[in-house]
Ligand binder design. Structure first.
Ligand code: HEC
Length: 229
């Protein structure tokens, strides 16, 4: 082979390579511009397909107001009685005999003239309740608790037995001073300490108002039962 042929071959290869490289360069620059950080060759991100909305096939529910609505339930239970708290406690106190138990019903006539009955737990709930004698007044039982070593006047108002046993039970004696008035409610110690404010007795600065109403007990048809001796 002579040198001329060799030159032609080499020349052709060179021209071919230069052509290929410039062709690649033109494609690169036209796609990416003159940069070395071209991302266009990166694999395509798989995107979430656009969701297809399921067509609603059920009929729209009827939201128009039904004219046949039943009567709204009354706000207060008409069986419940309304009575001043002090009269209620008094009705219980006056009904107590040495034979009474805390389950015995007692009877009273409420503000609306209805005949009503209740039991001792309804009374106990009042003695356990704060704010009976006005805002921030303590519950009776927070002082007159079952622990006679600390209860003022050794009076336990936290249970039926304690109330029936009375006050001033120094040394835990089994019978104290009667606080229920022995049938004479307005003469009782309980009525006195409930309805008279005493500035000098801690816990008794506020009195129970005669007009403080409560909803309690249940009414019944028919006459009040006469007490059985
Ligand atoms: C902050 C404590 C306290 C609270 C609460 C309290 N008391 Fe008293 N109570 C006393 C004190 C103190 C005395 C007088 C004790 C004395 O004189 O030795 C007293 C006396 C009494 C007495 C007279 C007892 C007697 O033999 O002299 C009765 C009845 C009584 N309280 C009932 C109640 C009732 C009912 C309530 C709830 C409405 C109540 N107390 C709430 C502290 C309290």
């Amino acid at each position: 082979m002579n040198d001329d042929v060799r030159k032609y071959i080499y020349g052709a290869i060179t021209v071919f390579l230069v052509g290929v490289m410039s062709w690649i360069s033109i494609i690169y620059v036209s796609a990416c511009g003159v940069t070395l950080t071209c991302q266009r060759g990166a694999p395509r991100v798989d995107r979430t397909p656009i969701p297809t909305l399921i067509p609603a096939t059920l009929p729209a529910s009827d939201v128009s107001w039904d004219a046949e609505v039943s009567e709204p339930a009354p706000l207060t239970n008409s069986d419940t009685c309304r009575v001043p708290a002090v009269n209620f406690i008094g009705a219980w106190a006056a009904s107590q005999t040495p034979k009474s138990t805390e389950a015995d019903p007692f009877y009273f006539v409420d503000e609306d003239g209805k005949n009503c009955e209740a039991t001792f737990p309804d009374v106990q709930a009042l003695l356990n309740q704060p704010n009976l004698r006005g805002a921030d007044s303590l519950a009776c039982t927070s002082c007159h608790s079952g622990d006679l070593t600390v209860a003022p006047a050794q009076l336990d108002l936290s249970a039926f037995a304690g109330i029936m046993t009375g006050s001033r039970r120094e040394g835990n004696k089994p019978k104290g001073a009667d606080i229920l008035g022995d049938g004479e409610w307005k003469a009782s110690l309980l009525y006195d300490f409930l309805t008279n404010a005493r500035a000098d007795v801690p816990g008794h600065e506020q009195a129970l108002s005669a007009s403080f109403m409560i909803s309690v007990g249940r009414s019944f048809a028919g006459p009040l039962p006469t007490p059985t001796p």
